[in-house]
Design a protein around this ligand. Structure first.
Ligand SMILES: CC(C)(COP(=O)(O)OP(=O)(O)OC[C@H]1O[C@@H](n2cnc3c(N)ncnc32)[C@H](O)[C@@H]1OP(=O)(O)O)[C@@H](O)C(=O)NCCC(=O)NCCS
Length: 181
């Protein structure tokens, strides 16, 4: 075993790393699942779990600006998570690295996922709010439309900003500057 955990900014991703991530996505979700990470996650930081120098899991964290009841927050949006080889602890290592990073910032981190991943996130240290995606609206800057998605669990790790506590206590929704990540 020779596990390493590294991270780098989106702009520094190599063509080989991008190909590895997109091939894994396409294998799982089909030919339209490729992502232009440098564009869509321009401010993102990517985490790679490697075993013997081969990428076995990857994920991303990016700042997301949110307004809730006129209060401004910058939370951490977590996404793109995948274990290329499943059931070997690589996903949990990825989430441990995420939590390590999240704790250092003191900010709240939020991801959206499907019901089938709830157990995995709980086991690796995150909390869940069922259907929590319904508390978010993405403000499209071009159309000024408030975009929402009814279908998704909120996965979170709350920071010193107490963002989730405030969100769940509020009758209002959180307005984000970033489309569901
Ligand atoms: C979800 C995913 C990242 C999990 O990674 P993994 O490396 O297979 O998970 P691990 O081996 O680290 O598992 C850690 C624990 O979670 C459990 N677990 C993992 N996936 C699970 C699932 N789908 N349902 C229930 N439990 C799960 C494991 O059994 C293990 O539990 P234990 O503590 O009892 O041993 C991986 O299945 C994956 O890449 N899925 C496709 C992409 C995806 O859905 N990503 C999440 C997007 S939000």
């Amino acid at each position: 075993m020779d596990i390493t955990i590294t991270s780098k900014k989106s702009k520094d991703l190599t063509p080989a790393e991008i190909t590895t991530m997109n091939n894994s996505r396409i294998k799982l979700w089909g030919k339209d699942a490729g992502v232009n990470f440098k564009q869509e996650d321009a401010k993102g930081e990517f985490i790679f779990i490697k075993n013997n120098n081969k990428i076995v899991a990857f994920g991303m964290i990016k700042p997301v600006k949110v307004i809730l009841e006129k209060e401004n927050f910058t939370i951490l949006g977590i996404g793109r998570g995948m274990a290329i080889e499943k059931g070997k602890e690589y996903g949990r290592l990825l989430n441990a690295a995420r939590i390590y990073h999240i704790k250092k910032t003191g900010k709240t981190a939020v991801a959206f996922t499907g019901r089938n991943n709830i157990a995995f996130f709980k086991k690796s240290g995150f909390k869940i709010k069922k259907n929590g995606i319904r508390k978010f609206r993405y403000l499209n800057p071009k159309t000024k439309e408030l975009v929402y998605d009814n279908d998704g669990e909120m996965v979170y790790y709350e920071g010193k900003d107490l963002f989730v506590t405030k969100l769940l206590a509020s009758k209002e929704n959180a307005i984000t500057d970033t489309d569901f990540w």
